[in-house]
Design a protein around this ligand. Structure first.
Ligand code: ZN
Length: 232
């Protein structure tokens, strides 16, 4: 048995060669290791074409691992090296000592660095990250609201972000006010969009009945997938 490793479309792949008849593919816990088991006869080109065909499946499996790791801020220790999520992407957290609190995001390297005077205070770290998440959503959501308001022919009077325990959003139909959870910043733009669209449709239909489902399906045909990502 021989083991080798290479990178395929940014995904590290482990190849195990042993006497097996076919090519087998698996994504394994705890980290979501992608492993191909195949006969020593298989060439690298054959493995690559096999992986290309399975690319979507691999991404789907990996996203499940990412979702499992995507924990709420309150549950995080916030130490250097921890994983922290932003817009559905896993980032590595860095913690620095500095007089002034600041936060740096390097999207290319998938790093979020927080700098603050008291690096021991979990509360201070949470507060800093939370404020940053809110700021990012403040920048992101207005465009989504504008675009979907036009598309759906409804507009809220106002919207706010809030720390919410059990839900991702609420729509107060009488005041036409939409509240979104600040934790949405941990999820992909598509997931955030799903919540925005969901709450906007409530301005047409207050319940989750067939009319609501029809409009949602029309706006976002893959809404169930997005909902599942938020719920897992
Ligand atoms: Zn609803």
């Amino acid at each position: 048995m021989a083991t080798s490793q290479f990178v395929f479309r940014n995904i590290p792949i482990t190849v195990v060669r042993r006497k097996v008849r076919h090519c087998y593919l698996g994504v394994y816990p705890p980290q979501g290791e992608v492993r191909v088991t195949c006969s020593p006869r298989y060439s690298e080109t054959e493995i690559l074409s096999f992986l290309s065909k399975k690319h979507l499946w691999i991404e789907k499996q990996l996203s499940k691992f990412r979702v499992q790791e995507n924990r709420a801020l309150d549950e995080m220790e916030c130490e250097t090296g921890d994983s922290v999520f932003f817009l559905g992407e896993k980032h590595t957290l860095g913690v620095l000592l500095s007089k002034r609190p600041a936060i740096f995001h390097n999207s290319e390297r998938r790093e979020i660095t927080i700098a603050l005077p008291d690096t021991q205070s979990k509360r201070a770290k949470h507060a800093l990250l939370r404020a940053w998440y809110r700021e990012q959503l403040q920048n992101l959501v207005p465009e989504m609201l504008r675009r979907w308001s036009t598309q759906l022919g409804v507009a809220p009077n106002s919207w706010t972000l809030r720390k919410m325990k059990r839900r991702w959003g609420t729509c107060f139909t009488h005041s036409r006010h939409i509240v979104l959870s600040e934790s949405l910043a941990r999820y992909s733009k598509e997931c955030i969009e799903y919540v925005v669209v969901h709450e906007l449709i409530h301005l047409h239909v207050p319940n989750h009945g067939p009319k609501f489902k029809r409009m949602l399906h029309h706006a976002l045909p893959h809404w169930k997938e997005l909902k599942a990502q938020l719920e897992s």
